[in-house]
Design a protein. Structure first.
Length: 693
């Protein structure tokens, strides 16, 4: 969750050294209520708005630069004055409608071929709207949680991502990212703040990486405009994206909707105000008790009084780990270094400080050069090199721990980057010093308002109306790790609900569009021996939804080998996007290609070996032999059972007559086809050889 805490605002304000704590506190109170409101809003009831405004109005999805699905019936809708006649014109075709008693109107137009740009003209009695630069092409819905909305600028340390977007500009790739919004009480008619954007060097950095990179590849193949509607919110479960009626079919949600929040539209605001008051009191107390804040910036301050510390160790009080922590290090520069920075790098330097929990602000020679308000983003702070000087340069981190134990993430880069060299900021050669400003009890919790059942469906799916799409990509599951047992059934029910809302192409003969399910990337630890976890179970449920018995027209794109053990948001989104694109090319565009990793169809015990046969449609196996598994044919893999048991491998394991592959949080992936696509995590029943005819 991304929020700006009171203590963090106070911390930033302390760069004005002439401000007293009392003045800082007063300024922070004002700043808190201006900036700390969650980065999401209550969904918008457009019909109610039109009752107040009484004017011609279109939902946000209809905007300049939009893409409308080709070869599918076109639905266009909006609001006007009660009883008003509305005329809609597009590409030489015309349709009319009359606004009902609530001001709502809608028209349907026959399908059109790809083309454009066109003007969508909507005319009422006294008003008219013109939506320019409209294209007919292919529209895809991308949804899920944070890995679905992770922006490209967060992934540029990955070489493949950086190369894919460098200098890329394409007016035929257009993306609408819906801002975070929710409503618990009822489905909404419209979204707030959404707009279409074309991909260019100026816009691409702030576009969601998976959807943007996939669209780039699809557009190159299809040769028509590709439009992406990205409706995703980090930290949300599948249940957030389903309607009340849909969820009520599941016993685990039988009592959910009796809560006041589902009846009182003011509940979120009231809750926010209460939580802000409690949180503000905690922040005020933390700041007042901090014995370091402000003092370390006194000229000639002696940092040697701070104790030396390994930042990757337990530097906190285990009984009361939350509070303010201060860390100091130095970067020693020569006069040549300073000249090179100014000459070679536009006068900029880059400070990398890995990732840490929870919030931080970073200072170079007493000046704040960057801040991050929550755990996950990589700390990359670019700053003006005029702050640097010859000799030792002070680097100070203010870490605010609010919830559970603070930490610095291992195996990330901690360094100052200047032209010609990187100056390390961790290890035995460059130890940090630390001072504890104040320790506190855990900060009072804040409700994650978007992470509530049905709230996102009401505000970010239902408002999209009967928009025709060519397919859907779902990248989610991390938030359901705590209770994965029914995830597959929930996901199936969600897809079926969406299939009923979003029409498919007419030429598909009523067959629903294809859903591409991204199987979660590797994350956290690699274990020894048979292993069970919610993360693994989610992957199993994701794959199950794509199996023939579910009959969902769903396919799998695995990200399992694209993970980083120390980052829930791995940067290799280019590989994930490519695998998604391959599945779309095969199952939506009908290309005769290998589009997924090896998928098992049979596992037979033959003496001391297991022989696994893979589906021929998933490609020939890439040759390998790791002492346990070896390729023994284009589509066959042999497992040495004795070697597997001795190694206590979790890449391969047997339990209750089932062979499991890559059933681990961060598995070692070994099975690939010759197209370099990884096999997903899978389980398959073992059959004895003497039972095979």
């Amino acid at each position: 969750m991304n929020f700006i805490s009171f203590s963090h605002i106070i911390h930033l304000l302390t760069k004005y050294q002439d401000m007293s704590i009392k003045k800082i506190y007063k300024a922070a109170i004002i700043a808190l209520f201006m900036t700390a409101w969650p980065a999401c809003v209550m969904g918008k009831d457009a019909a109610a708005t039109e009752k107040e405004q009484g004017g011609l109005h279109m939902p946000a999805i209809f905007g300049d630069g939009m893409v409308i699905q080709r070869d599918a019936e076109i639905n266009i809708w909006g609001w006007a004055r009660k009883g008003e006649k509305v005329t809609v014109t597009l590409n030489g075709r015309k349709a009319t409608a009359k606004a009902d008693k609530l001001g709502a109107w809608s028209v349907k137009m026959k399908s059109m071929e790809a083309g454009g740009p066109y003007t969508l003209h909507i005319k009422g009695k006294t008003e008219e709207k013109r939506i320019e630069d409209v294209m007919l092409g292919d529209v895809f819905l991308f949804s899920g949680q944070s890995n679905q909305e992770l922006m490209i600028y967060r992934c540029l340390d990955d070489k493949k991502v950086a190369e894919a977007v460098e200098g890329y500009s394409n007016d035929m790739v257009r993306i609408m990212k819906l801002p975070h919004q929710y409503n618990y009480v009822k489905p909404q008619d419209d979204c707030i703040g959404a707009s279409w954007k074309k991909v260019s060097p100026e816009t691409v950095g702030n576009m969601a990486a998976v959807s943007c990179l996939t669209a780039m590849e699809l557009q190159k193949h299809a040769g028509v405009a590709v439009g992406i509607i990205n409706s995703s919110v980090g930290g949300t479960g599948v249940e957030c994206w389903m309607s009340q009626e849909n969820l009520k079919r599941f016993a685990e949600f039988s009592k959910t909707f009796s809560h006041e929040k589902y009846k009182n539209p003011n509940w979120p605001k009231e809750r926010m105000e209460k939580e802000a008051k409690k949180g503000g009191a905690w922040d005020k107390k933390l700041t007042e008790q901090d014995t370091v804040i402000g003092r370390w910036r006194t000229p000639g301050y002696d940092f040697s009084q701070w104790r030396e510390v390994d930042i990757f160790s337990q530097f906190y009080d285990s009984k009361q780990p939350n509070g303010n922590y201060w860390f100091h290090n130095t970067a020693t520069l020569t006069a040549d270094d300073i000249r090179e920075i100014k000459k070679e790098n536009g006068g900029r330097a880059l400070l990398r400080l890995g990732a840490l929990k929870d919030a931080d602000s970073v200072f170079v020679n007493g000046v704040c050069v960057g801040n991050t308000t929550y755990q996950y983003p990589p700390r990359k702070y670019s700053f003006d090199a005029s702050l640097l000087h010859e000799g030792d340069n002070d680097i100070v981190i203010h870490l605010i721990s609010q919830n559970r134990k603070p930490f610095f993430v291992k195996d990330k880069k901690y360094q100052l980057e200047i032209p010609g060299r990187n100056i390390p900021l961790c290890g035995k050669e460059k130890p940090w010093r630390m001072a504890v400003g104040a320790t506190m009890e855990q900060r009072p919790g804040q409700t994650y308002f978007v992470g509530t059942p049905t709230g996102l469906y009401n505000a970010m799916i239902h408002p999209l109306g009967k928009t025709a799409i060519r397919g859907m990509v779902w990248y989610q599951g991390e938030a359901n790790e705590w209770n994965p047992k029914n995830y597959g059934n929930l996901l199936k029910a969600m897809i079926e609900e969406w299939q009923g809302q979003f029409p498919a192409l007419e030429k598909n003969g009523g067959k629903p569009w294809t859903s591409v399910i991204v199987q979660l990337a590797g994350y956290q630890q690699r274990h020894v021996g048979a292993y069970e976890s919610g993360w693994c179970r989610i992957r199993s449920e994701q794959r199950a939804v794509t199996l023939p018995e579910y009959d969902m027209n769903a396919v799998l794109a695995t990200a399992i080998d694209c993970g980083e053990y120390n980052d829930i948001h791995p940067q290799d989104k280019e590989t994930v996007a490519h695998r998604i694109a391959l599945q779309v090319l095969r199952h939506t565009y009908g290309e005769d290609i290998v589009s997924e990793g090896p998928s098992p169809v049979q596992c037979v015990r033959n003496g001391n070996s297991l022989i696994i046969t893979f589906d021929r449609k998933t490609g020939k196996l890439r040759d390998f032999n790791d002492g346990i598994a070896r390729v023994c044919g284009d589509y066959e893999l042999a497992i040495d059972i004795t070697a597997m048991e001795k190694a206590l491998s979790t890449t391969y394991s047997v339990k209750d007559g089932i062979f499991r592959y890559a059933y681990d949080d961060f598995p070692l992936c070994t099975i690939y086809n010759k197209d370099n696509i990884a096999s997903p995590q899978f389980e398959i029943n073992i059959t004895d050889n003497n039972c095979i005819e």
